[in-house]
Design a protein around this ligand. Structure first.
Ligand code: PXG
Length: 287
Protein backbone atom coordinates (compact mmCIF):
# COMPACT_ATOMS: atom_id res chain seq x y z
CA UNK A 1 0.00 0.00 0.00
CA UNK A 2 1.32 3.43 -0.98
CA UNK A 3 0.08 6.50 0.86
CA UNK A 4 0.27 10.01 -0.55
CA UNK A 5 1.77 12.57 1.83
CA UNK A 6 2.54 16.07 0.53
CA UNK A 7 3.35 14.91 -2.98
CA UNK A 8 5.31 11.77 -2.03
CA UNK A 9 4.19 8.14 -2.01
CA UNK A 10 5.23 6.32 1.15
CA UNK A 11 4.71 2.81 2.48
CA UNK A 12 2.24 2.34 5.31
CA UNK A 13 5.15 1.97 7.74
CA UNK A 14 6.75 5.24 6.67
CA UNK A 15 3.58 7.30 6.22
CA UNK A 16 3.78 9.49 9.31
CA UNK A 17 3.14 13.04 10.48
CA UNK A 18 4.50 14.86 13.53
CA UNK A 19 3.02 14.44 17.01
CA UNK A 20 2.90 18.26 16.95
CA UNK A 21 0.44 18.21 14.03
CA UNK A 22 -2.65 20.15 15.10
CA UNK A 23 -4.78 17.53 13.38
CA UNK A 24 -3.69 15.17 16.17
CA UNK A 25 -3.43 17.73 18.97
CA UNK A 26 -6.82 19.39 18.38
CA UNK A 27 -8.69 17.61 15.58
CA UNK A 28 -7.85 20.72 13.58
CA UNK A 29 -8.26 19.64 9.99
CA UNK A 30 -10.67 18.51 7.29
CA UNK A 31 -11.36 15.24 5.52
CA UNK A 32 -13.39 13.44 2.88
CA UNK A 33 -14.43 9.85 2.34
CA UNK A 34 -14.87 9.08 -1.36
CA UNK A 35 -15.60 5.92 -3.37
CA UNK A 36 -14.51 4.68 -6.72
CA UNK A 37 -16.43 2.18 -8.82
CA UNK A 38 -15.07 0.46 -11.93
CA UNK A 39 -12.16 2.91 -12.21
CA UNK A 40 -14.38 5.97 -11.87
CA UNK A 41 -14.31 8.28 -8.85
CA UNK A 42 -17.90 8.89 -7.85
CA UNK A 43 -18.91 12.56 -7.38
CA UNK A 44 -15.30 13.69 -7.10
CA UNK A 45 -16.03 17.36 -7.83
CA UNK A 46 -18.75 17.43 -5.17
CA UNK A 47 -16.38 15.94 -2.59
CA UNK A 48 -13.72 18.50 -3.55
CA UNK A 49 -16.20 21.37 -3.19
CA UNK A 50 -17.16 20.19 0.29
CA UNK A 51 -13.53 19.69 1.34
CA UNK A 52 -12.47 23.13 0.15
CA UNK A 53 -15.56 24.81 1.63
CA UNK A 54 -14.88 23.27 5.04
CA UNK A 55 -11.22 24.33 4.78
CA UNK A 56 -12.33 27.85 3.81
CA UNK A 57 -14.46 28.23 6.93
CA UNK A 58 -11.70 26.79 9.11
CA UNK A 59 -9.22 29.10 7.36
CA UNK A 60 -6.94 26.24 6.38
CA UNK A 61 -5.24 27.04 3.10
CA UNK A 62 -4.92 23.77 1.18
CA UNK A 63 -1.61 23.94 -0.73
CA UNK A 64 -3.13 22.36 -3.87
CA UNK A 65 -5.78 23.65 -6.24
CA UNK A 66 -8.92 21.51 -6.48
CA UNK A 67 -7.68 20.27 -9.84
CA UNK A 68 -4.28 19.31 -8.40
CA UNK A 69 -6.02 17.53 -5.51
CA UNK A 70 -8.15 15.54 -7.96
CA UNK A 71 -5.02 14.59 -9.89
CA UNK A 72 -3.30 13.49 -6.67
CA UNK A 73 -6.31 11.32 -5.76
CA UNK A 74 -6.36 9.67 -9.18
CA UNK A 75 -2.57 9.14 -9.05
CA UNK A 76 -2.90 7.44 -5.63
CA UNK A 77 -5.65 5.13 -6.94
CA UNK A 78 -3.52 4.20 -9.95
CA UNK A 79 -0.40 3.68 -7.84
CA UNK A 80 -2.35 1.23 -5.66
CA UNK A 81 -4.15 -0.36 -8.64
CA UNK A 82 -7.55 0.10 -7.04
CA UNK A 83 -10.59 -0.08 -9.31
CA UNK A 84 -13.32 -0.31 -6.65
CA UNK A 85 -12.24 1.35 -3.46
CA UNK A 86 -12.46 3.88 -0.71
CA UNK A 87 -10.43 7.10 -0.67
CA UNK A 88 -9.70 9.05 2.50
CA UNK A 89 -8.41 12.59 1.95
CA UNK A 90 -7.11 14.40 5.03
CA UNK A 91 -5.75 17.92 5.30
CA UNK A 92 -4.51 18.92 8.75
CA UNK A 93 -3.58 22.44 9.79
CA UNK A 94 -0.07 21.05 10.03
CA UNK A 95 2.70 21.05 12.58
CA UNK A 96 2.88 23.78 15.20
CA UNK A 97 3.74 24.54 18.78
CA UNK A 98 1.56 23.36 21.66
CA UNK A 99 -1.38 25.68 22.11
CA UNK A 100 -4.54 25.64 20.07
CA UNK A 101 -3.97 29.00 18.40
CA UNK A 102 -3.73 28.24 14.66
CA UNK A 103 -1.13 31.00 14.42
CA UNK A 104 1.17 28.60 16.30
CA UNK A 105 1.21 26.40 13.19
CA UNK A 106 3.94 26.85 10.64
CA UNK A 107 1.56 27.42 7.74
CA UNK A 108 2.18 24.06 6.09
CA UNK A 109 -0.97 21.92 6.11
CA UNK A 110 -0.31 18.20 5.70
CA UNK A 111 -2.13 16.60 2.76
CA UNK A 112 -2.69 12.85 3.07
CA UNK A 113 -4.48 10.50 0.67
CA UNK A 114 -5.13 6.89 1.63
CA UNK A 115 -6.79 4.49 -0.80
CA UNK A 116 -7.99 1.07 0.21
CA UNK A 117 -10.36 -1.70 -0.77
CA UNK A 118 -13.78 -1.04 0.63
CA UNK A 119 -15.15 -2.95 3.62
CA UNK A 120 -18.79 -3.50 2.77
CA UNK A 121 -21.50 -3.97 5.34
CA UNK A 122 -22.88 -7.51 5.42
CA UNK A 123 -25.09 -8.26 2.39
CA UNK A 124 -27.75 -9.49 4.77
CA UNK A 125 -28.26 -5.98 6.18
CA UNK A 126 -29.14 -4.67 2.73
CA UNK A 127 -31.58 -7.53 2.12
CA UNK A 128 -33.26 -7.52 5.52
CA UNK A 129 -32.75 -3.93 6.63
CA UNK A 130 -31.24 -2.72 9.87
CA UNK A 131 -32.58 -1.79 13.29
CA UNK A 132 -31.37 1.50 14.78
CA UNK A 133 -32.05 3.61 17.86
CA UNK A 134 -32.11 7.27 18.84
CA UNK A 135 -29.25 8.18 21.19
CA UNK A 136 -29.11 10.88 23.90
CA UNK A 137 -26.13 12.79 22.46
CA UNK A 138 -27.58 15.54 20.25
CA UNK A 139 -25.88 16.66 17.06
CA UNK A 140 -23.66 19.72 17.46
CA UNK A 141 -25.47 23.02 17.74
CA UNK A 142 -24.82 24.69 14.35
CA UNK A 143 -23.60 27.95 15.85
CA UNK A 144 -21.10 26.03 18.01
CA UNK A 145 -19.76 23.61 15.39
CA UNK A 146 -21.81 23.40 12.22
CA UNK A 147 -22.55 19.76 11.26
CA UNK A 148 -21.96 20.82 7.66
CA UNK A 149 -18.23 21.06 8.42
CA UNK A 150 -16.57 17.75 7.64
CA UNK A 151 -13.74 18.32 10.09
CA UNK A 152 -11.37 15.95 11.89
CA UNK A 153 -13.33 16.65 15.08
CA UNK A 154 -15.77 13.72 15.06
CA UNK A 155 -16.24 13.33 18.81
CA UNK A 156 -19.90 14.34 18.67
CA UNK A 157 -20.55 11.42 16.30
CA UNK A 158 -18.21 9.07 18.17
CA UNK A 159 -20.03 9.68 21.48
CA UNK A 160 -23.30 8.85 19.72
CA UNK A 161 -21.74 5.75 18.15
CA UNK A 162 -20.58 4.55 21.58
CA UNK A 163 -24.13 4.93 22.90
CA UNK A 164 -25.43 2.92 19.94
CA UNK A 165 -22.78 0.22 20.43
CA UNK A 166 -23.46 0.02 24.18
CA UNK A 167 -27.09 -0.76 23.37
CA UNK A 168 -26.14 -3.33 20.75
CA UNK A 169 -26.81 -1.26 17.61
CA UNK A 170 -24.53 -0.42 14.69
CA UNK A 171 -26.01 2.97 13.82
CA UNK A 172 -28.08 5.62 15.59
CA UNK A 173 -30.30 8.62 14.94
CA UNK A 174 -29.01 11.89 16.36
CA UNK A 175 -31.49 14.69 17.02
CA UNK A 176 -30.67 18.36 16.59
CA UNK A 177 -30.65 20.79 19.52
CA UNK A 178 -34.40 21.40 19.05
CA UNK A 179 -35.27 17.70 19.11
CA UNK A 180 -35.82 17.24 15.38
CA UNK A 181 -34.19 14.34 13.55
CA UNK A 182 -30.80 15.44 12.18
CA UNK A 183 -28.90 12.43 10.81
CA UNK A 184 -27.09 9.29 11.90
CA UNK A 185 -23.52 9.10 13.18
CA UNK A 186 -22.06 8.54 9.71
CA UNK A 187 -25.07 8.58 7.38
CA UNK A 188 -27.97 10.80 6.37
CA UNK A 189 -31.54 9.60 6.91
CA UNK A 190 -34.62 9.50 4.66
CA UNK A 191 -38.22 8.51 5.32
CA UNK A 192 -40.91 7.63 2.78
CA UNK A 193 -44.60 8.31 3.42
CA UNK A 194 -47.31 7.81 0.79
CA UNK A 195 -44.62 7.61 -1.90
CA UNK A 196 -42.99 10.91 -0.93
CA UNK A 197 -39.37 11.07 0.25
CA UNK A 198 -38.34 13.37 3.09
CA UNK A 199 -34.96 14.10 4.65
CA UNK A 200 -33.88 16.62 7.31
CA UNK A 201 -33.19 20.12 6.02
CA UNK A 202 -31.07 21.14 8.99
CA UNK A 203 -28.55 20.04 11.60
CA UNK A 204 -26.73 17.55 9.37
CA UNK A 205 -23.89 17.06 6.94
CA UNK A 206 -24.68 17.94 3.33
CA UNK A 207 -24.22 14.32 2.33
CA UNK A 208 -23.20 13.67 -1.25
CA UNK A 209 -25.11 10.39 -1.37
CA UNK A 210 -28.11 12.25 0.06
CA UNK A 211 -27.93 14.85 -2.69
CA UNK A 212 -27.54 12.11 -5.33
CA UNK A 213 -30.67 10.36 -4.00
CA UNK A 214 -32.67 13.61 -4.09
CA UNK A 215 -31.67 14.24 -7.69
CA UNK A 216 -32.36 10.62 -8.72
CA UNK A 217 -35.80 10.93 -7.12
CA UNK A 218 -36.52 14.16 -8.98
CA UNK A 219 -35.39 12.59 -12.28
CA UNK A 220 -37.90 9.80 -11.81
CA UNK A 221 -40.73 12.09 -10.66
CA UNK A 222 -40.64 10.92 -7.05
CA UNK A 223 -41.27 13.92 -4.77
CA UNK A 224 -38.42 14.62 -2.32
CA UNK A 225 -38.80 17.08 0.53
CA UNK A 226 -36.08 18.65 2.67
CA UNK A 227 -37.75 19.68 5.91
CA UNK A 228 -38.00 19.27 9.68
CA UNK A 229 -38.75 15.67 10.67
CA UNK A 230 -39.86 14.41 14.09
CA UNK A 231 -39.24 10.97 15.59
CA UNK A 232 -42.99 10.34 15.44
CA UNK A 233 -42.81 10.76 11.66
CA UNK A 234 -39.96 8.27 11.48
CA UNK A 235 -41.88 5.70 13.58
CA UNK A 236 -45.00 6.08 11.42
CA UNK A 237 -43.22 6.25 8.04
CA UNK A 238 -43.88 3.58 5.40
CA UNK A 239 -40.15 3.23 4.78
CA UNK A 240 -36.84 4.49 6.06
CA UNK A 241 -33.28 4.28 4.73
CA UNK A 242 -29.81 5.71 5.36
CA UNK A 243 -27.35 7.12 2.83
CA UNK A 244 -23.59 7.53 2.94
CA UNK A 245 -20.49 7.01 0.84
CA UNK A 246 -19.55 3.83 2.72
CA UNK A 247 -23.06 2.45 3.31
CA UNK A 248 -24.53 3.66 -0.03
CA UNK A 249 -28.28 3.14 0.57
CA UNK A 250 -29.24 0.84 3.42
CA UNK A 251 -32.83 0.06 4.45
CA UNK A 252 -33.95 0.63 8.05
CA UNK A 253 -36.80 -1.57 9.28
CA UNK A 254 -36.92 -0.79 13.01
CA UNK A 255 -36.35 2.42 14.98
CA UNK A 256 -36.42 2.54 18.79
CA UNK A 257 -38.28 -0.79 18.82
CA UNK A 258 -40.99 0.37 16.38
CA UNK A 259 -41.34 -1.52 13.11
CA UNK A 260 -41.19 0.82 10.12
CA UNK A 261 -43.99 0.11 7.65
CA UNK A 262 -44.17 -3.62 6.95
CA UNK A 263 -40.88 -4.18 8.82
CA UNK A 264 -38.98 -5.00 5.64
CA UNK A 265 -37.24 -2.90 2.96
CA UNK A 266 -39.88 -0.91 1.09
CA UNK A 267 -40.54 -0.55 -2.63
CA UNK A 268 -39.31 3.05 -2.92
CA UNK A 269 -36.15 2.16 -0.98
CA UNK A 270 -35.44 -0.79 -3.27
CA UNK A 271 -36.06 1.39 -6.31
CA UNK A 272 -33.66 4.07 -5.03
CA UNK A 273 -31.02 1.40 -4.32
CA UNK A 274 -31.32 0.09 -7.87
CA UNK A 275 -31.10 3.56 -9.42
CA UNK A 276 -28.15 4.46 -7.22
CA UNK A 277 -26.23 1.32 -8.21
CA UNK A 278 -26.66 1.97 -11.88
CA UNK A 279 -25.48 5.57 -11.37
CA UNK A 280 -22.30 4.60 -9.48
CA UNK A 281 -21.10 2.25 -12.22
CA UNK A 282 -21.75 4.77 -15.00
CA UNK A 283 -20.67 8.20 -13.78
CA UNK A 284 -17.62 9.80 -12.21
CA UNK A 285 -14.09 10.83 -13.10
CA UNK A 286 -12.42 8.05 -15.13
CA UNK A 287 -8.88 6.85 -14.46
N1 PXG B 1 -23.45 12.32 7.96
C1 PXG B 1 -22.27 12.21 8.58
C2 PXG B 1 -22.12 12.72 9.96
C3 PXG B 1 -21.19 11.62 7.92
O1 PXG B 1 -20.01 11.50 8.53
C4 PXG B 1 -22.62 11.25 6.00
C5 PXG B 1 -23.64 11.86 6.70
C6 PXG B 1 -22.86 10.81 4.60
O2 PXG B 1 -22.25 11.73 3.70
P1 PXG B 1 -21.77 11.27 2.24
O3 PXG B 1 -21.24 12.50 1.63
O4 PXG B 1 -20.73 10.21 2.46
O5 PXG B 1 -22.96 10.74 1.54
C7 PXG B 1 -21.35 11.12 6.60
C8 PXG B 1 -20.18 10.50 5.91
C9 PXG B 1 -17.17 5.83 8.76
C10 PXG B 1 -17.28 7.16 8.09
O6 PXG B 1 -16.04 5.39 8.97
C11 PXG B 1 -18.49 7.64 7.64
C12 PXG B 1 -18.57 8.89 7.02
C13 PXG B 1 -17.45 9.61 6.88
C14 PXG B 1 -16.26 9.12 7.33
C15 PXG B 1 -16.15 7.89 7.94
O7 PXG B 1 -18.21 5.26 9.09
N2 PXG B 1 -19.80 9.30 6.60
Amino acid sequence: MKIYINGKFLSRKDAKVSVFDHGLLYGDGVFEGIRSYKRRVFKLEEHMDRLYETAHTLMIRIPLTQKQMMEAIVATLKKNDISDGYIRVIVTRGEGDLGLDPRKCYGKPNVIIITDKINLYARELYNKGMAIITVPTVRNYPEALNPRLKSLNYLNNILAKIEANNSGYAEAIMLDHQGFVAECTGDNIFIVKHGVLATPSQGRLQGITRDAVISLAKDSKIAAQERYITRHEVYTADECFLTGTAAEIIPVVKVDGRAIGAGKPGVVTLRMMKMFHSLTGQSGVKY
